[in-house]
Design a binder for this molecule. Structure first.
Ligand code: SAM
Length: 201
């Protein structure tokens, strides 16, 4: 009998293309850093016509996600335990991804650690390659300096534009905002998220 882990967690070879892991050709969306799984277990339920891959580098967090996922309710979700960076350009065919969600990427607050931040030009160039034109990238962070950094990096990159009047607005921008565990913890300490929405031109 197939168990939930076998259903959800895909272990493709590093050089395998990930476009065909679902047995239908629905639009493909990515979440990067699924954490404890609030978003990846809930948002796809409202979008059964889309497929979702959640990338999460930590095995412990993959197990957290699995506790929230259910084979009957989450047919359109798969997880991959992998560190996402500019290699993403080789994981998908060009212009094949319909959208990306990133809630609370690690802010790496110390200046000497800034180069570890996910949002950098090489990553954005790689992401632009695999995104369809018109695809949206939704990012939230409660770290104000990282919010401004993210905005700068996107605005510097000619492949993207912000879709918001206030590009780091303090109110949610999705049809359904999923409050994650991390967002909840941070809000209790007085850190409220900035929400950003960019479009692949
Ligand atoms: C601050 S937590 C936020 C988790 C979740 N999105 C939330 O809002 O609660 C960041 C998560 O992203 C994962 N992560 C950080 N960088 C990553 C990367 N480059 N690729 C995959 N996962 C990453 C971490 O393991 C962690 O679970």
């Amino acid at each position: 009998m197939i168990n939930d882990r076998d259903f959800f967690v895909i272990e493709p070879a590093e050089d395998a293309l990930l476009n065909d892991i679902f047995d239908n050709n629905h639009d493909l969306y990515l979440e990067i850093g699924s954490g404890k799984g609030e978003f990846i277990s809930r948002y796809p339920i409202s979008h059964p016509e889309w497929n979702f891959i959640g990338f999460e580098m930590s095995e412990k967090r993959i197990r957290n996600c699995l506790r929230k996922l259910n084979v009957e309710k989450n047919q359109n979700v798969r997880l991959i335990q992998r560190f996402v960076d500019a290699r993403i350009a080789s994981w998908f065919t060009k212009a094949s991804i319909s959208g990306v969600f990133i809630q609370h990427p690690d802010p790496w607050p110390k200046r000497r650690h800034h180069r570890r931040r996910l949002i950098q030009q090489d990553f954005l160039d790689a992401l632009a390659e695999v995104l369809k034109h018109g695809a949206q990238v939704q990012i939230s962070t409660d770290h104000e300096e990282y919010a401004n950094w993210i905005l700068e990096e996107f605005l510097q990159n000619s492949n993207f534009t912000s879709l918001q009047d206030d590009p780091i607005q303090m109110h949610p921008n999705l049809d359904e905002h999923i409050v994650t565990w991390f967002e909840e913890v941070q809000k209790r300490q007085g850190f409220n998220p900035h929400f950003m929405l960019f479009e692949r031109i």
